[in-house]
Design a protein around this ligand. Sequence first.
Ligand code: AHR
Length: 508
Amino acid sequence: MANKLQATMVLDKSYQISEVDQRIYGSFIEHLGRAVYGGIYEPGHPEADEQGFRKDVLNLVKELQVPIVRYPGGNMVSAYNWEDGVGPKEERPRRLELAWRTIETNEMGTNEFVDWAKKAGADVMMAVNLGTRGIDAARNLIEYTNHPSGTYWSDLRRAHGYEQPHQIKTWCLGNEMDGPWQVGQKTAAEYGKIAKETGKAMKLVDPTIELVACGSSNTDMPTFPEYEATTLDIAYDEVDFISLHQYYGNNSNDPANYLAKNMDMDHFIKTVTATCDYIKAKHRSKKTINLSFDEWNVWYHSREHDEKLEPWTVAPPQLEDVYNFEDALLVGSMLITMLRHADRVKMACMAQLVNVIAPIMTENNGQSWKQTIYYPYLHASVFGRGVSLQPILSSPKYDSKDFTDVPFIDCAAVYDEQGEELTIFLVNKHLEDTIPLDVDVRSFEGYTIKEHIVLEHHDLKAANTKDTARVTPHTNGDSSLADGKLHAQLHRTSWNVIRLHKTKTNES
Ligand code: AHR
């Protein structure tokens, strides 16, 4: 009798889903908690550069090869006056920041963030305020950032020391406008109208930009997916992407159920894709709306703590989830899910990047370190560039509280044709057993194993702190390749990255 815990797979270079848009490895910095102040920016810190940016943090961000960073919110953007954050720092107003009930000093603003992103090697995904503001503030902002010169707002940017336009290409039309927590919440009809008119004005200023319309804040919203349908019905011609946001948690301490939650993400992506295509058909349009999963992560550890924080302080420690090993596994599975939808998910932002539900943590005036979730994000971003392949996978399955037929093995594979590399990302969700995997890789003739990286820990709750890195990857994965068959032992609850490359011969 065959071992029931055996998985098999075929990976063929011609079974292609799509080229991976590198922007799916984006992230997010909001003016929230210590993401900006004490995170990316801390003048006076021993590692601060001449602009006050922490070089230790910049180095960690660069290691992640983050291609794009969303800014400045998030909920914060819905009551933000972008003008407060430009010009001489000493003249910038301190404001009540309503989304997170803090004091915003405005020491960092648009220009400084563009500078920071440049240093990090990332593009900026800028969000405009469609909560308290609208067309006028948005068209002024894009004139300020993207118009070369000779007008009021572009010359103001030049007067602020930025001669060249920032040429920001990607713009979010507000944030989570369906949410009752949002300052300036809107019905889909109200939002669709303002998104359309704002997008139209912004594209008149700079027709080269791409626009992301808000979808639902998560799948539990009562208006999901009608919000997407109505918004797109109104603004189809003006927008290019629809946004998806989703956070998961293990509140009931049920790891089997928790690790299956990327199945919900998969369903979410399929539903939004279908909604986009329904409106496309309704409009007899040739244009396809793609998906921007511009907030995704695990978020639940810090919620209780945050309820007790005093309001109206500067940069309090909000949303500082300390991630454990099982969180890293789910993050790995979420990345796999997005790779498997690489044909429609063209942008995504791990929310967020530093301190606030983040892979990177810092201590004010102290050190920085990598959370557990840093590693799957790192591996996917660095090795997951190329063409996403369709794995033909047969995996044993399990049922959990909310899900049935959950494959123990999650898999995505990315083929870098130019670099002649194939990277296979795998999660084994089995809580007790190793699962052997056989992969038919016959179409990758001449390939050998370069490395097999594994992230594993006997304790699902193990976390990294500033003093102890308990969860770090090793490269002693158990796999072999012969005669077009790859054999791997996938240890219980593990994240695996198996990298194959074409063996170079001396023949020219
Ligand atoms: O990322 C944290 C918050 O989550 C964002 O501000 C908001 O858009 C979402 O609800």
